[in-house]
Design a protein around this ligand. Structure first.
Ligand code: NAI
Ligand code: MG
Length: 357
């Protein structure tokens, strides 16, 4: 099969990890007789420096023309003092919005090969962890208007708007219920309806949608409790359905209890057009350019691209198996290092996965 992939390496460790993912995709294509073509475009800080805009029009059109988008990460201290509209992160928010990528799927799993890196107490870890955060991606405080910083009554005042309409809630709830049917049939909707009107509507609409999914078990949890339950007993969760900001926070938490932020992939999909696949972590400026970043979240995002974007389940399985084999063989990057294991850099870890394909 022929597929075109638009690469958005971005900033910080972005280019390093995307290079490893591309190696894995090329090796997979060769093995299965596919032809993947790659085109690179600018986003984030790299685009600000190169084109004066965190999301140049040329990038949007390249993305629209591709079969899938593969993104590293954006942002870094170099651009921290820019106004929100011009910051690298705005490029990422805008591409998600422009392409209608409202559903962000973030699976978190405890891999037996990584048991030594898991932060959970052993009796809790023994119960397992295999959950999927279904995070709404194009609404909430990240996009809500009005927003800004202004002087009110002589005081600098910052404000944002948490906002969802019922259609936005329905379509993400639909994704969660449909996905749960293919998993363990449980959805936990996470919000803060005890204090937020936006969450009250969220809960109401999710309950309405549930009438069409009576076979799926639905529960509701306030986000503060959910943050606690994730550490206390993560095995209770199957699909966590939540909004943009709560999903952002809870998925970082879910990642690190399984081992590292550097392990978690994600897929962002919408109604039509190409999906976007990226690790959940950021550009990690503290370790950029040192060849020490963990490329596995990015490589696992490539597996999600093949499975969900191209309907290539066998190819995706093979990549995931190769990652697990590399871990089983004792290879580790610094973030998941354990005593007695082989410490590798970003590039060498990519090579170990390719060898195991
Ligand atoms: P971060 O996710 O970049 O890093 C948090 C911590 O995790 C750092 O100590 C980092 O070294 C470590 N880490 C992250 N990915 C790793 C990997 N693959 N291997 C090993 N260690 C890893 O979040 P932070 O530091 O809050 O933000 C840094 C920049 O990234 C900011 O400009 C932020 O806005 C941006 N960001 C971008 C995202 C994206 O492009 N999707 C998501 C989150 C943050
Ligand atoms: Mg995040």
């Amino acid at each position: 099969m022929k597929k075109s992939i638009c690469l958005l390496p971005g900033d910080g460790i972005g280019p390093e990890i995307i290079a490893q993912g591309v190696k894995v995709l090329e090796a997979t294509a060769e093995k299965f007789g596919h032809e993947f073509t790659f085109e690179t475009a600018l986003i984030g800080g790299a685009a600000i420096d190169g084109a004066g805009d965190p999301l140049p029009e040329a990038t949007v059109s390249k993305c629209r023309g591709a079969d899938a988008i593969y993104l590293g990460a954006v942002g870094g201290p170099k651009w921290d003092n820019l106004t929100p509209e011009l910051r690298p992160e705005k490029g990422l928010l805008r591409i998600r919005k422009e392409l209608g990528l409202f559903a962000n799927l973030r699976p978190a799993m405890l891999l037996p090969e990584l048991a030594g890196a898991c932060l959970l107490r052993s009796d809790i870890a023994a119960k397992g962890l295999d959950l999927l955060v279904v995070r709404e991606l194009t609404g909430d405080v990240y996009f809500g208007e009005p927003r800004g910083i202004e002087t009110r009554d002589g005081l600098r005042t910052g404000y944002n708007t948490m906002i969802y309409n019922e259609e936005e809630i329905r379509r993400i709830a639909w994704v969660a219920f449909e996905t749960a049917r293919k998993r363990r049939n449980k959805v936990c909707s996470v919000e803060k309806s005890n204090v937020l009107e936006c969450s009250r509507l969220w809960k109401e609409v999710v309950m309405e949608m549930h009438r069409e999914y009576a076979d799926v078990e639905l529960s509701h949890m306030y986000v503060d409790n959910a943050a606690m339950q994730l550490v206390r007993d993560p095995s209770q969760f199957d699909v966590i359905l939540t909004g943009n900001i709560f999903g952002d926070i809870l998925s970082d938490e879910a990642s690190v209890i399984t081992g590292s932020l550097g392990m978690l992939p994600s897929a962002s999909t919408g109604a039509e057009g190409p999906g976007l696949f990226e690790p959940i972590h950021g550009s990690a400026p503290d370790i950029a350019g040192q060849d020490v970043a963990n490329p596995l979240a990015t490589i696992l995002s490539a597996a999600m691209m093949l499975r969900l974007g191209f309907d290539m389940a066998e190819e995706a399985d093979l990549i995931e198996k190769a990652v697990r084999k590399a871990l089983a063989d004792g290879y580790r990057t610094a973030d998941i290092m354990e005593p007695g294991k082989d410490l590798l850099g970003c590039k060498s870890m990519g090579d170990k996965v390719v060898e195991r394909l």
